[in-house]
Design a protein around this ligand. Structure first.
Ligand SMILES: C[S@@+](CC[C@H](N)C(=O)[O-])C[C@H]1O[C@@H](n2cnc3c(N)ncnc32)[C@H](O)[C@@H]1O
Length: 271
């Protein structure tokens, strides 16, 4: 098994824009989560693996001018976009750091909320990242995570290209030590990391023709294209034919897509 050393979907402008649109797709759920954890004005919050924005803007809004928000990512190009967006949106209380989420080097026990979205499922070092999240949290503070479990990811009517590309997606992930079904394991992982009062909420969404979510899976497959070819899972022409066949199906009126489950799991660091 090779271990993912770089963000598997790359840092192209296409991927940056995809992450921003995906963030919008999950924004209502993120606001719901922040309501549950009760982030207060004046608090310190951190978004690990924030990419080009993550939930930095939502955190900044809640902690207000007396609070502080930190964003961390390993990819310089994604952080450059985050810097631009933070400046454009005039979020003066947001600071960005280029660090690895498994060892940030940031002050210990310093944050009221330590958050990540779709990062644990992008690293084979799940336990190390969770340990770092707990270490960054002040006693009594909250660790909150949001990751997917693709168990619910279906299209209706079913299509052979969907099933084949889903298998391909899992193979690419597995070869890099990543788990597309991570969501269901999160409550146990948070408890094992020493958190208490661990709570869970699961969301999903249905997409229809013309909506971003309808072809999101194809965007991800395109993002994985080089890995798929390098791993010998499809030759380029075959992959293109599968993607085109599925795109036609997903763009056919009446085809619906159920998104993966978004697991939100949060717990408190004991005092
Ligand atoms: C799927 S994106 C999610 C971005 C953002 N959290 C969001 O919800 O839009 C995963 C992010 O995790 C970052 N990442 C993955 N592994 C990392 C690591 N070991 N250290 C720092 N960042 C990492 C990637 O660079 C990427 O920005």
């Amino acid at each position: 098994m090779s271990q993912a050393q770089e963000y598997i979907l790359g840092t192209s402008l296409t991927e940056q824009k995809r992450l921003l649109k995906q963030g919008t797709l999950f924004e209502a759920e993120a606001c719901w989560l922040l309501d549950q954890v009760g982030l207060q004005a004046g608090a310190r919050a951190i978004d690990l693996g924030c990419g080009p924005l993550g939930i930095l803007h939502l955190l900044a809004e809640r902690v207000g001018s007396t609070g502080e928000v930190v964003g961390v990512d390993r990819e310089a190009r994604l952080l450059d976009m985050a810097r631009t967006i933070v400046a454009d949106r005039r979020l003066p209380n947001v600071e960005l750091f280029k660090r690895d989420v498994t060892a940030t080097g940031l002050p210990r026990a310093a944050f009221d909320l330590v958050h990540e979205r779709l990062v644990l499922m992008m690293t084979p070092h799940t336990k190390q990242m969770l340990a770092e999240m707990v270490a960054l949290t002040r006693p009594g503070g909250v660790v909150a995570v949001q990751d997917l479990d693709v168990v619910s990811h279906i299209c209706e009517p079913e299509h052979a290209a969907w099933l084949q590309l889903l298998t391909t997606y899992h193979r690419v992930y597995q070869a890099r030590g990543l788990d597309g079904y991570l969501g269901r394991r999160l409550p146990g992982l948070l408890r094992a990391a020493g958190l208490v009062e661990v709570q869970v909420k699961v969301h999903t969404q249905v997409s229809h023709v013309g909506e971003f979510g309808q072809t999101l899976f194809l965007d991800i497959i395109e993002g994985l294209r080089d890995h798929i070819i390098a791993d010998g899972l499809h030759i380029p022409d075959e992959l293109t034919a599968l993607v085109e066949a599925l795109r036609e199906h997903l763009n056919t009126p009446g085809t619906l897509v159920v998104q993966p489950l978004l697991f939100q799991v949060w717990g408190r660091k004991p005092v």
